[in-house]
Design a protein around this ligand. Structure first.
Ligand SMILES: Nc1nc2c(ncn2[C@@H]2O[C@H](COP(=O)(O)OP(=O)(O)OP(=O)(O)O)[C@@H](O)[C@H]2O)c(=O)[nH]1
Ligand SMILES: [Mg+2]
Length: 1138
C-alpha cells in the first residue's frame, strides 16, 4: 500500500459526501487501538506486520507502558471502494473510566462510531456508557465483535457454542439500545401530550384515552445491530481478520447457487441448508441441524485455526491454495503459529476492508446531519430552538447544508485543546530542501568561499612592501566587512538557536476541532464564542455588517482571534494545511490564549455556543501539590494552568487554605496529570500530598439502639441523656439548647435573637436535591433576576414544568406532621445556594419563597427583608463547613423557628407561629422521657432569655437613635455581619445537638474474575470495607461478574492490589456513585466495662468514622483530641535483642 500524499487528502476533504467522521468506542481493553492499527496499516502508515503490536495511536510513553489509551487522537485515512473514494477521519478513544471525558470530546466531532465489544467479555459497564453517549449525541453506531479468536483458542468453544455465544452478545447490546430508544420515545410522547393538552385545554376534552405507548407505531428496526443489516462485523484485530456476512453471502451464492440476497437474509439466524434440495429451511434448532452461520462461516474459521495451531502442513496448504492466497516463506516457517495465522487470515478476510466498507455504507457523511442533532447542538440548557433569535435560527440551514461555499458562514466547534511538543509542529520540523533552495545555498557557499580566498590574498598582500598600501586598505576594508558579515551571521545563528531552544521547551496547544459549515482558512479572523455567549443579547448591539475582521465592539463572552495554523491530524504527525472545508476534523494552532478547554468559533455573531459536552465521570480524587523547592512556585502555577487547558476533565484550584489542588477522575488519571505536570508543563520537582478524601457531614435521628446493638433500656437512656448533657457543657454561655435540639442564640449586641433547629432530611429528598442541583441553580438565577426587576428572557415553559415537577416530588417525600407546609417555607438551599441542604422559616410575619419563579410571588415584610440575606448567608456558611471536620453538610434541614429584631425600641416578636404547638410537642417529649428536669430547665431558660432579650430591647438607652433611624452598627461591627455569624453559630450548635455522622463517598466497581481468583477478590474487597452487591456468572463462560461498593477513602491502590493478587486476571473499574452515611458515631467512646473490653480504651480499632474525622482534622490543621503519650511509665526503647 502506498502512502497517501497530503495533496490527495486535501482533495478528498473537498468531497463532503465521501467523508466519514467516526470514532472507536468500547470498554477498556476491548481492542480499539488494535483495531485502529489494522485500519491505519491499510494506508501504509505502519507496516501490516506491526499492526496490532505497535498501537500507533497510543503515542505517549505511559500509554505504551500501561497498555491503555489515555487520550483521544485522530488520524485521516484514505479508502477506495469500487470507484468511490472516501476520506475517513478516525478518532480512537480511551476505554478506561478515568478518561471518559476524552470520549465525550471525540463523540462531539463525529457523525458515527464503531462500538467494539470483546467476544468473551461481552457488554461491560463502559460499553453501556459509550452507547449512551453516542445516543445522546445522536450519532449512528456500527458494531465490531472483536477477539473471536479467544473463543477458539482460550474458551475452546465449538463453532455451534460460539454461535450461541455471539447471538447472546448481540441480544445484550440490542437490549441496551432498546432501553435507550424506549425511554426516548416515551419522553417524546409525554412532551406531545403536554403540548396537545395545552392546545386542547379550551376545547372539550376527548374522552377516549389512547393507551398505546407510542412504541408500537415507531419503526425501530434500523436501530438494532444485526449482521443481516450489514452493521455488524465479526473480527479478531490481533489476527488481522474480520468479515461482515455479505462477504460470505457473495462467496456462497455462486458455490451453492442461491441468490445473494436470500443468503444475506438467512446467513444469520435460525436457518439451515437442506443440501439435497439445495434450499434454505427455517428452524435449525428444533431439527437438530447446524445453523447456516456455523456451517458456512464458523466451521471454516475453526478448521483454519486448528490446522495452523496443530501445524498440519497439508491441510494448511490445501486451505491456502483453495483460497488462492500467497503466503511468504518467512511467515509459514515462523516459530510462532500466530504469525502464520495472521498472514493467512489478513489476506483472506482483511479486517480493514470489512470494517471500512461497513463504515462507508452504514455511517452517515457530514451532509446527512439530522435536524434533531443540529437543534440539540444549538440549544444550550433549557432553551428551545424556537426561542432563539431569527438570525440564529437561520443558521440551522447552514448546518444542514454543510456547505463549503465562500458565502457560507464558518462554524467550528473546538472540543478540546491538546498539547504537543513545539518541535513536532510541521513548521519547526526540518524539511527537505527544494531544488531552488539547494541552488541558492550553493550560490551562497561559493560566494563565501570566494570571499575567504580574497581575504587570504589580502593578507598575503599586506606582507608585501608598503608601495601597495592602497590595495591593502581596500583589502582590509574587505576583511572587516567579511568579519562583520561573519558576526551578523553568528548573531543570526545564536538567535535562531535561542528560538529553537525556546521551541524545545515549549508545549504548543492545538485545538481539536471540526468545521460544521464554511471553509476555514489560515490567517482568517473569527469570533470565539464562550459558553455563556448569548446571541439574542449581542445581536442588537452589533451592526448587521459586523465581522471579526473589522474590530467589532466589545460584547460579553465574545472575542476575536486569528486562526494561525491549520493542521491535518495524522496520529503522531501533523501536516500543515492552507484551508479546511466543511465536514472535516482538523487541528487549529494559535488559539491558546483564546480558548480554555472548548469553544465555538464562527464568522457570524448570530451563532450560538454549542451545548457543553456532557462528562460522565465526576472528578473526585484530590491531591495538593507543591514544588520541592519553594522558588519553583511560579513555574508550578504556570504548569497547572497549562495542565488545566490540556485536559478536558481535570480541575485545578487554589483552596481557601492556599493549597494548590488537582482534582482528577481517578487514580490513573491522577498519575497521568502528575506526570504531565512534572515532565511537560511545570518541569519542576513536585511533592504531592496523600489523596484528599472528601467527606460530608450530616445528622441522624437519635438512636434507639446503641453502638453495641443493644436496645437502649431505661437506665442506659439516662446515661445517654447524661452524656449529651455533658456534651452541651462545651456550648458556651449565651446559647440555649433545649432537649429537642432547638438552639437559641443572640447577636453580640443583643439586638436580634434566633432559634434554629436541625433535622435530618429523608434520604430520597437529599437524593432529589442532589440530582436537581442544576435546576435549583437556575431557579436561584430566575429569582434573583425577578427580585432585581430585570427584564429576563421569558422563562422557558419546559424549565417551569421541571420546577413544578421538582416541587411536587419534594412534597411527596416531605410528608407527615413534621413537614407540614415545609415545601412552601423553603427559604434557601445550601451550600452555594444549590446544595443538598434546606433552610426553612417557620415563624409568623415572614413570607418568602424559593418558588417565586412559579408565579406565587409574595411581598415580604420589609423589616426582615433588610436582613434576610444575612440569615441566608449564615446558613450558606454553616452548610459549607460542618463542625466535625469542616466538610460540607449534606441532607440537613435547618428551621428558623424564631427571629427577633429589635428596632427602635420596639421588638418585632416573631416567635414560632405554632408556639402552642411547639409547647405541646415539648411536653409530649417530656412524657416520653422520665427525666424531665433538664428539659424544663431548658424551657425555663429559653423563656428567661426571651424575657431578658425583651428587657434589653426595651431599655431605651441601649438603642442609639440617629435622625429617626437606628444605627445597628456598634462596637461589634455591622449588624448584618453579626447576624451572619450568629446564624452560622446557631446552625452549628443545632447540628451538635443531634447525633452527627460522617458520610463517605462511595465508588461502585464491577470486577470480572474467573472462579479460581474469586476468593482473592473477595479478600481484597472485604479488607477495604467493600460490600458486594451482586455476583453473577457470565453465560457460557467461567467468568464471574461482581458488583460491589467501596469507600473512596479505601480505594487507593485497590486496582493495583486486585491485579497483583489475581495475577492480572481481574481488573476493576471504579466509578463514583453516591454518598453513604458511616453508621458509627465519630464521638463515641466506650463507657461501660463491656465496651472497654470489647473495643479497648480508645475504641479506635473499630471506630472508622473517628479515624476518618481525625485524619481530615489533622490535614486541615484543626485541633484533634488525641492522647499522644499513653502509659508513659511503660515506654521503653524497642531495640532488638542481639
Ligand atoms: N486475543 C485477542 N486479543 C486482542 C484482540 N484485539 C486486541 N487484543 C488485545 O487486547 C489488549 C488491549 O488492546 P487495546 O487495543 O490496547 O485495547 P483498547 O480498547 O484500545 O484499550 P483502551 O484504549 O485502554 O481502552 C491488547 O493486549 C491486545 O493485544 C483480538 O482480536 N484478540
Ligand atoms: Mg486504546
Amino acid at each position: 500500500m502506498v502512502l497517501t500524499s497530503v495533496g490527495k487528502m486535501v482533495g478528498l476533504q473537498k468531497k463532503t459526501s465521501g467523508i466519514r467522521n467516526i470514532c472507536i468506542l468500547a470498554h477498556v481493553d476491548h481492542g480499539k487501538t488494535t483495531l485502529a492499527d489494522c485500519l491505519i496499516s491499510s494506508n501504509g502508515i505502519i507496516s501490516s506486520r506491526l499492526a496490532g503490536k505497535l498501537r500507533y495511536l497510543d503515542s505517549r510513553e505511559d500509554e505504551q507502558i500501561r497498555g491503555i489509551t489515555m487520550k483521544s487522537s485522530a488520524i485521516s485515512l484514505h479508502f477506495v471502494k469500487g470507484d468511490q473514494e472516501y476520506l475517513i477521519n478516525l478518532i480512537d478513544s480511551p476505554g478506561h473510566v478515568d478518561f471518559s471525558s476524552e470520549v465525550s470530546t471525540a463523540v462531539r466531532l463525529c457523525d458515527g462510531c464503531i462500538i467494539v465489544v470483546d467476544a468473551v467479555e461481552g457488554v461491560c459497564p463502559q460499553t453501556q456508557a459509550v452507547l449512551r453517549q453516542a445516543w445522546l449525541e445522536n450519532i449512528r453506531p456500527v458494531l465490531v465483535i472483536n477477539k473471536i479468536d479467544r473463543l477458539i483458542v482460550e474458551l475452546k468453544l465449538t463453532p455451534q457454542e460460539a454461535y450461541l455465544h455471539l447471538k447472546n452478545i448481540l441480544e445484550q447490546i440490542n437490549a441496551v439500545t432498546g432501553a435507550l430508544f424506549t425511554s426516548k420515545v416515551l419522553e417524546e410522547r409525554a412532551e406531545k401530550e403536554t403540548e396537545s393538552e395545552t392546545i386542547s385545554d379550551a376545547a372539550p376534552r376527548d374522552q377516549i384515552y389512547d393507551w398505546s405507548t407510542g412504541l408500537e407505531d415507531t419503526d425501530d428496526s434500523h436501530l438494532y445491530f444485526s449482521p443481516d443489516h450489514g452493521n455488524v462485523v465479526f473480527a479478531s484485530a490481533v489476527d488481522g481478520w474480520g468479515f461482515g456476512i455479505e462477504h460470505f453471502a457473495k462467496l456462497y451464492s455462486q458455490k451453492i447457487g442461491i441468490k445473494p440476497a436470500v443468503l444475506l437474509k438467512t446467513l444469520w439466524g435460525d436457518y439451515y441448508l437442506n443440501t439435497k434440495a439445495k434450499k434454505i429451511m427455517k428452524g435449525d434448532q428444533s431439527k437438530g441441524k447446524k445453523p447456516l452461520f456455523v456451517q458456512l462461516v464458523l466451521d471454516n474459521i475453526w478448521s483454519l485455526y486448528e490446522a495452523v495451531m496443530k501445524r498440519d502442513k497439508e491441510k494448511i496448504e490445501k486451505i491456502v491454495t483453495s483460497l488462492g492466497l500467497k503466503i511468504g516463506a518467512r511467515e509459514s516457517r515462523h516459530a510462532d503459529p500466530k504469525v502464520h495465522l495472521n498472514a493467512i487470515c489478513s489476506q483472506w478476510l482483511p479486517i480493514s476492508d470489512a470494517v471500512l466498507s461497513m463504515v462507508c455504507n452504514k455511517l452517515p457523511s457530514p451532509l446527512d446531519i439530522t435536524a434533531e442533532r443540529v437543534e440539540k447542538l444549538m440549544c444550550v440548557g433549557a432553551r428551545t430552538f424556537d426561542s432563539l433569535p431569527s438570525e440564529t435560527q437561520e443558521l440551522k440551514s447552514a448546518f444542514m447544508k454543510c456547505s463549503s461555499e465562500e458565502t457560507a458562514p464558518v462554524i467550528v466547534f473546538v472540543s478540546k485543546m491538546f498539547a504537543v511538543d513545539a518541535k513536532a509542529l510541521p513548521q519547526n520540523k526540518p524539511r527537505p530542501l527544494t531544488q531552488e533552495e539547494i541552488a541558492h545555498r550553493r550560490e551562497l557557499a561559493k560566494r563565501r568561499h570566494a570571499e575567504k580566498l580574497a581575504a587570504n590574498q589580502g593578507k598575503e598582500l599586506s606582507e608585501k612592501p608598503p608601495s601597495e598600501n592602497s590595495s591593502e586598505a581596500t583589502g582590509n576594508a574587505g576583511d572587516t566587512k567579511g568579519k562583520e558579515q561573519q558576526l551578523t551571521g553568528q548573531a543570526e545563528i545564536t538567535t535562531s538557536k535561542e528560538t529553537k531552544q525556546e521551541a524545545d521547551n515549549k508545549e504548543s496547544f492545538i485545538a481539536f476541532a471540526r468545521v460544521f459549515s464554511g471553509v476555514v482558512k489560515r490567517g482568517q479572523k473569527i469570533f470565539v464564542l464562550g459558553p455563556k455567549y448569548d446571541p439574542a443579547e449581542s445581536l442588537h448591539k452589533l451592526s448587521s455588517q459586523c465581522s471579526a475582521t473589522n474590530d467589532p465592539p466589545l460584547v460579553p463572552h465574545m472575542t476575536c482571534c486569528t486562526l494561525v495554523n491549520l493542521y491535518l491530524l495524522m496520529g503522531r504527525e501533523l501536516e500543515d494545511l492552507e484551508e479546511v472545508p466543511a465536514g472535516n476534523v482538523l487541528g487549529i494552532g494559535g488559539l491558546q490564549d483564546f480558548v480554555l478547554k472548548s469553544a465555538t468559533l464562527s464568522t457570524s455573531p448570530a451563532c450560538p455556543p454549542f451545548t457543553p459536552l456532557s462528562f460522565e465521570a465526576t472528578p473526585i480524587v484530590r491531591v495538593a501539590v507543591e514544588p520541592k523547592h519553594p522558588s519553583d512556585m511560579p513555574q508550578l502555577v504556570r504548569g497547572m494552568k497549562l495542565l488545566n487547558q490540556a485536559d478536558p476533565c481535570v480541575q485545578v484550584l487554589i483552596q481557601e487554605t492556599g493549597e494548590h489542588v488537582l482534582v482528577t477522575a481517578g487514580e490513573v488519571h491522577l498519575q497521568r496529570c502528575l506526570d504531565d505536570l512534572k515532565e511537560r508543563f511545570a518541569k519542576v520537582q513536585i511533592s504531592v500530598s496523600a489523596p484528599i478524601i472528601p467527606f460530608r457531614e450530616t445528622i441522624t435521628r437519635p438512636p434507639k439502639v446503641d453502638m453495641v446493638n443493644e436496645e437502649i433500656g431505661k437506665q442506659q437512656k439516662v446515661a445517654v441523656i447524661h452524656q449529651t448533657k455533658e456534651d452541651q457543657t462545651k456550648i458556651p454561655e449565651g446559647v440555649q439548647v433545649d432537649s429537642d435540639g432547638l438552639v437559641t442564640i443572640s447577636t453580640p449586641n443583643k439586638q436580634a435573637t434566633l432559634s434554629v433547629r436541625a433535622v435530618p432530611l429523608p434520604e430520597e429528598v437529599t437524593r432529589l436535591l442532589e440530582e436537581n442541583s442544576d435546576l435549583i441553580r437556575t431557579m436561584e438565577q430566575l429569582n434573583t433576576s425577578l427580585n432585581e426587576d430585570k427584564k429576563t428572557h421569558e422563562i422557558n415553559q419546559k424549565t417551569l414544568d421541571r420546577i413544578k415537577e421538582f416541587k411536587q416530588k419534594l412534597e411527596q417525600h416531605l410528608q407527615g406532621r413534621k413537614w407540614r407546609n415545609a415545601v412552601d417555607q423553603i427559604w434557601s438551599f445550601g451550600p452555594r445556594k444549590c446544595g443538598p441542604n434546606i433552610l426553612l422559616y417557620n415563624f409568623e410575619g415572614y413570607k418568602r419563597s424559593v418558588w417565586q419563579c412559579l408565579g406565587n410571588t409574595v411581598k415580604e415584610v420589609s423589616n426582615y427583608r433588610d436582613f434576610d440575606n444575612s440569615i441566608v448567608s449564615g446558613f450558606q456558611l454553616a452548610t459549607l463547613s460542618g463542625p466535625m471536620c469542616e466538610e460540607p453538610l449534606m441532607g440537613v434541614c435547618f428551621t428558623v423557628e424564631k427571629w427577633e429584631i429589635n428596632k427602635g425600641g420596639e421588638t418585632l416578636s416573631t416567635s414560632s407561629q405554632h408556639v402552642g404547638e411547639c409547647d405541646t410537642v415539648e411536653h409530649k417529649q417530656n412524657e416520653d422521657t422520665p427525666l424531665t428536669s433538664s428539659c424544663t430547665d431548658a424551657i425555663c431558660s429559653v423563656n428567661e432569655h426571651q424575657d431578658s432579650s425583651q428587657r434589653v430591647s426595651k431599655s431605651p438607652e441601649k438603642v442609639s437613635k440617629h435622625k429617626g433611624e437606628i444605627s445597628l452598627a456598634d462596637c461589634y461591627g455591622p449588624f448584618s455581619g453579626q447576624l451572619i455569624a450568629t446564624m452560622k453559630e446557631a446552625c452549628r450548635y443545632a447540628l451538635q445537638a443531634k447525633p452527627q455522622r460522617l458520610m463517605a463517598a462511595m465508588y461502585t466497581c464491577e470486577i470480572m474474575a474467573t472462579a479460581e481468583v474469586l476468593g482473592r477478590v473477595y479478600a481484597v474487597l472485604s479488607k477495604r470495607e467493600g460490600r458486594v452487591l451482586q455476583e453473577e456468572m457470565k453465560e457460557g463462560t467461567d467468568v464471574f461478574i461482581i458488583k460491589a461498593v467501596l469507600p473512596v477513602a479505601e480505594s487507593f491502590g485497590f486496582a493495583d492490589e486486585i491485579r497483583k493478587r489475581t495475577s492480572g486476571l481481574a481488573s476493576p473499574q471504579l466509578v463514583f456513585s453516591h454518598w453513604e452515611i458511616i453508621s458509627s458515631d465519630p464521638f463515641w467512646v466506650p463507657t461501660t466495662e463491656e465496651e472497654y473490653l470489647h473495643f479497648g480504651e480508645k475504641a479506635d480499632s473499630e471506630n472508622q468514622a473517628r479515624k476518618y474525622m481525625n485524619a481530615v482534622r489533622k490535614r486541615k490543621g484543626l485541633y484533634v483530641e488525641e492522647k499522644i503519650v499513653e502509659h508513659a511509665e511503660k515506654q521503653r526503647t524497642l531495640s532488638r535483642n542481639k
